[in-house]
Write a protein that binds this ligand. Structure first.
Ligand code: ATP
Ligand code: MG
Length: 351
């Protein structure tokens, strides 16, 4: 079977460190390894509109921002097809057909959807389009015959939903669609990076993020004001590292090389942690180190960003070319689906 990788992001804001550790880093590593047949990365504007339909400008502006974020972290359009979801009309048709295979109760049971409904304060006025987004996501995944989806763990219920739809479709209409698998980071803390406010997830919609685009001063301010262990009041106090976002970020981002470079009095994170847990290590010192680590990662990304910001036409070309290519592939799958569902009337003129 072909190895096809696909992932997407919603154009609801710039990409942040959560995306970087949860998905982007994995994507670039997969791209560099080259062990795949096709790789797609897309900007999920149709999905972003399900909860931002009153704010089209936000979605519009962030298309180009997310595209620049992609190119800045090292996604390479000669190896990866980068496209915009709404440009691929077959995705809407697939969604329509898959909707028959899912119950309302099943959608309402999806834990990520449930949490997002609470967070977005929809109450009893949940837009149908929003509740439907796991189905539309199945269309995205299956249209490209995707086998691997590198995501953070908030997306696991979506992949499960996609697998169920694929099984149900193949059962009814015959073996047509390919079942996808999620690929989550090996490092547990990267699967759902918390926000700088200590909330469970760094998320564009909440705004508790360090963005890949943030300048050095902004990163410094954010890191220095980060939530830590509220009981670690004085330097001598023993501190908690487990529920402390500063240490969670270090767990996700720092390497022994960073220690050699910026904090040579400790060999590695284990040593730093045990000092903090024992007492005698202040938050400011740890935060300064975290700032250095983040800067080390963001500096080359910012440099690339500058190049693309000065060459916006190039970015639009990449998106246009990618969208053309993606549409061809999605149309092929749609044709297979319609054939399986016996809606290929003019190909098979039965009577
Ligand atoms: P929104 O708030 O609009 O939903 P988001 O910050 O959740 O935005 P998405 O575009 O929904 O970002 O997510 C894109 C990808 O990034 C998904 O694979 C998701 O799992 C991953 N991701 C997002 N936030 C995090 C995080 N904090 N930690 C790890 N992975 C994350
Ligand atoms: Mg999200």
């Amino acid at each position: 079977m072909k190895k096809v990788i696909l992932t997407g992001d919603r154009p609801t804001g710039n990409l942040h460190l959560g995306h970087y550790v949860g998905s982007l880093k994995n994507r670039v590593a997969l791209q560099e390894k080259g062990d795949y047949d096709e790789m797609y990365v897309f900007i999920a504007d149709t999905q972003a509109l399900t909860d931002n339909f009153k704010n089209p400008k936000k979605v519009r502006d962030n298309i180009i921002e997310v595209a620049i974020d992609y190119l800045s972290v090292g996604l390479d359009p000669s190896k990866v097809t980068i496209f915009i979801q709404s440009m691929i009309s077959p995705l809407c048709e697939l969604t329509m057909y898959y909707m028959n295979l899912v119950t309302l109760a099943r959608l309402e049971r999806n834990p990520t959807v449930k949490q997002e409904i609470r967070q977005k304060e929809f109450g009893n006025s949940i837009p149908v389009g929003f509740l439907n987004y796991p189905i539309s996501q199945t269309a995205d995944i299956t249209a490209f015959e995707t086998t691997i989806v590198p995501v953070g763990d908030d997306q696991l219920p979506m992949i499960e939903q996609a697998r169920e739809i694929v099984r149900s479709f193949n059962n009814i209409y015959g073996e047509t669609l390919v079942e996808p698998n999620a690929l989550i980071p090996d490092n547990k803390v990267c699967r759902r990076l918390p926000g700088i406010d200590g909330k469970a997830k760094m998320s564009k919609s909440i705004g508790n993020c360090i963005y890949l685009k943030d300048d050095s001063e902004t990163v410094k301010k954010k890191v220095m004001s980060m939530y830590t262990d509220p009981n670690h009041l004085r330097v001598e106090d023993p501190g908690d590292t487990k529920n402390n976002p500063v240490f969670i970020y270090l767990e996700a981002l720092s390497t022994n090389e960073h220690f050699r470079k910026y904090l040579p009095e400790y060999k590695n994170l284990e040593e730093l942690k045990s000092h903090y847990e024992k007492g005698g290590l202040g938050d400011v010192k740890v935060k300064r180190f975290l700032y250095d680590v983040i800067e080390d990662i963001l500096t080359p990304i910012r440099e690339k960003r500058k190049y693309y910001e000065e060459n916006i036409d190039l970015v639009y070309n990449i998106l246009e070319e990618g969208s053309k290519k993606a549409k061809e592939k999605a149309s092929e799958t749609l044709n297979k689906v319609k054939k399986a569902m016996l809606i290929d009337y003019f190909d098979e003129k039965t009577f």
